[in-house]
Design a binder for this molecule. Structure first.
Ligand code: NAD
Ligand code: TYD
Length: 363
């Protein structure tokens, strides 16, 4: 068991936050944001380091005085309880999850274990450790807009849209959301939730659309577009998601849910054309060269047609809005992946190769 008492770092006991999944894509940005803006807080990062968790994502802040990493599983009750006791944790921001829809289609049980059982386990640990004295305590679940299902041509997901998850991933996230709300209603657990649209930015594992396609364009590899490419997503720069979580954490009303989005809908194929345009320029290729890489492949089973978020509640009530335009965010993101070749090579070697072969050869 990791022993915090042996750690040389001295923490203030003002705001001791357990962030789960902090070595992943969004978690690492959230930790960087909190370390930078709240030097008096103690941030404990609990992460199992699955294929998606990578300590390289946090190299720049790993020696910060108010930060500590612990490798462990959110499903392990005793381990997490001891960790909470050692660090006198008074709030949890829970991001740890299996997060990729395609993997959930191949292996749903892993999503049930981590996303559902793991979340309920964390709720039980929090309930046991806080002994139902919920003063100054918070359990904050970071969730997804995919719990709302799929939209037609029009309409937006609001905080009151009925849940209608349609993939094993979104079903597991919806279940976690329900459990968090159930713990509030049944045990008075102080909770907050946010449901965000598709994130993009640095340190995203290249199984998701944007980093995968950036990497493939760079290496002149095919761009596997599912179905007719006319699926729509709302895209938000990950740094803005971290800012939104900060706003909900500090200013959001207890027991409430906030939808987070970029006011930025794109059909996949249009987004891919924009990406190609920006990348061809950056790589010094004649305009449109990489369009030849577009390859339409078999559709994802049960592919959700359209997600779109009404993020007006967080905008109006908490004063949050995206800080960059999509073009700016995409530009920064492409530059980061082109500059950080070692990071990309590192995560695309080994097991990733096996996943990639399996995912894109089946027909
Ligand atoms: P990610 O896959 O990049 O990272 C998940 C992290 O959780 C990894 O570091 C992994 O090691 C860790 N983890 C997995 N199982 C664990 C376990 N049992 N115990 C401890 N750690 C474990 O995911 P992400 O894209 O950063 O997403 C983070 C959260 O935000 C997820 O809950 C996801 O559902 C949600 N979300 C993601 C997006 C998006 O676009 N990526 C959008 C909205 C919401
Ligand atoms: P993804 O990044 O997996 O996020 P999500 O499924 O959670 O929205 O996919 C974004 C969109 O891009 C989605 O409509 C599926 C599509 N897509 C492809 O067309 N090809 C791919 O190789 C991937 C990974 C996604």
């Amino acid at each position: 068991m990791y022993n915090a008492k042996k750690s040389k770092k001295k923490f203030k006991e003002m705001n001791n936050i357990l962030i789960t999944g902090g070595a992943g894509f969004i978690g690492s940005h959230l930790i960087r944001h909190f370390i930078k803006h709240y030097p008096d807080y103690k941030i404990i990062n609990l992460d199992k380091l699955t294929y998606a968790g990578n300590l390289e994502n946090l190299r720049d802040i790993e020696n910060a005085k108010n930060y500590h990493f612990v490798k462990g599983d959110i499903c392990d009750f005793n381990f997490v309880k001891e960790l909470m006791e050692l660090h006198q944790i008074n709030s949890i921001i829970h991001l740890a999850a299996e997060s990729h829809v395609d993997r959930s289609i191949s292996n749903p049980m892993e999503f049930v274990n981590t996303n559902v059982v793991g979340t309920v386990n964390l709720l039980n640990v929090a309930k046991a450790y806080w002994s139902e004295d919920y003063d100054n305590k918070l359990f904050y679940l970071v969730s997804t807009d995919e719990v709302y299902g799929s939209l037609g041509e029009t309409g937006l997901f609001t905080e009151t849209t009925p849940y209608d998850p349609r993939s094993p991933y979104s079903a597991s996230k919806a279940s976690a959301d329900h459990f968090v709300r159930a713990y509030q209603h049944t045990y008075d657990m102080p909770v907050k939730l946010s449901n965000c649209s598709n994130n993009y930015g640095s340190y995203q594992f290249p199984e998701k659309l944007l980093p995968l396609f950036i990497n493939n364009i760079k290496h002149n590899k095919n761009l596997p577009v599912y179905g007719n490419g006319k699926y729509t997503r709302d895209w938000l720069w990950v740094v803005d998601h971290a800012r939104a979580i900060d706003a909900v954490y500090h200013k959001g009303k207890m027991g409430e849910t906030y939808n987070i989005g970029g006011f930025n809908e794109w059909q996949n194929i249009d987004l891919i054309h924009l990406l190609i345009e920006q990348m061809d320029t950056k790589l010094g290729r004649p305009e449109g060269t990489s369009k030849e890489l577009i390859t339409y492949v078999k559709d994802r089973p049960g592919h959700d047609k359209r997600y779109a978020i009404d993020a007006n509640k967080i905008k109006n009530e908490l004063g949050w809005q995206p800080s960059v335009t999509f073009e700016e965010g995409l530009d920064k993101t492409i530059d980061w992946y082109l500059k950080n070749e070692d990071w990309l090579n590192n995560v695309t070697s080994g097991n990733y190769q096996t996943y990639y072969q399996k995912q894109y050869t089946k027909q």
